[in-house]
Design a protein around this ligand. Sequence first.
Ligand SMILES: Cc1ncc(COP(=O)(O)O)c(C=O)c1O
Length: 382
Amino acid sequence: MTIKLTKPHFNNKEYNLLKKTLNSGWVTEGKKVQLFEKKFCDFQKVNYSLAINSCTSALLTSLKVLGIQRGDEVIVPAFGWPTTANVIEFVGAKAIFVDVDRNNFNIDTRQIEEKISKKTRAIIIVHLFGLTSNINKILKITKKYNLKLIEDAACAIGSKYKNKFAGNFGDLSCFSFHPRKLITTGEGGMLSFNDRKFYNSARGLINHGMQKLTKIPSEGIGPWTFADFSFPGINMKMSDIAGALGVVQFAKLTSIIKKRISQAQFYINLLSKNKFLKLPAFNEKVLKGHTYQSFVVLIKDGNRTTRNNLMKNLLKKGIESRPGTISIPHTQYYSTKYLFTKNNFPQSIFCENSSITLPLFHNLKRKQQLMIVNQINSFFNI
Ligand SMILES: Cc1ncc(COP(=O)(O)O)c(C=O)c1O
């Protein structure tokens, strides 16, 4: 039997609301999306939450709202998912990479200031795998250099930093509901912020550039009236089908997080004697607030062949795994454009080569976790 890497936690609650939504005949953006946005605002304690079709769209909208364009530079961590850098290049600006700290997979705050230039406009931080970045240090830097902060909280819904949820620190924050995240709408995301001044442009960008209704005085308002299309927005809206999933999934978030933390602790206890692996350390003080969106371990000596052989060995026993994620500057586009070599961003390369994500999902059983750990330990002859 296969043990999947991840599996959404769906039950009758999703099916029932989906059925209701389909039967209502209204499946584009509507009441379910509005309800999801309201619940998100209440939970996050933010003023505005806009449901959107992906976290990538939320990141893109954030950059557009901040007016970031050709000639600007935006700082971004080297290890992560390419989209975080791609949106910067997509708006014509330049992605400036900073290496990560392999102890927590997040941006190495000691290396940020040396990358700031006159062109730097913003920093995008990523709370990778559900662990928040060193936000206090980053806020000191954004304040000192007058930079905007975008939180890529794709992996960090419900994660906390000093008792506040991720997504409460940046000028704008972006979340993902892709199926590998804690809760899912198939594809989907949320853009949240507190500042009223971002609202109209963000809403318009997501929805064809539509703004308020244009009233032609001689006609009054009626079915003939269109909205103002005051700038070239596109369509990044969330549908009510996804919104219905979002409402139900969101109600499960707290219990999903609680379970995940206990599953992660179980892995850590079982694997702690394996001296070949570096685990996501479970330290109350440092890691309080980690939600383990992905449970990622490192092969300590950084050997990619060992990592691949371990993954092959797990697969033979029907256990799925994946690398943590990618060293973005070493993907073809960035390495060709900016001539990065293996000497650049060594921590990021190390993390790409030696990381493994182990199965973790709501209904993963203790006995399955035991099987996975036994398989890993027997690979290392433990
Ligand atoms: C760190 C990070 N940012 C952004 C994204 C993009 O999210 P989406 O697939 O919702 O566009 C992902 C997706 O995995 C991610 O891991």
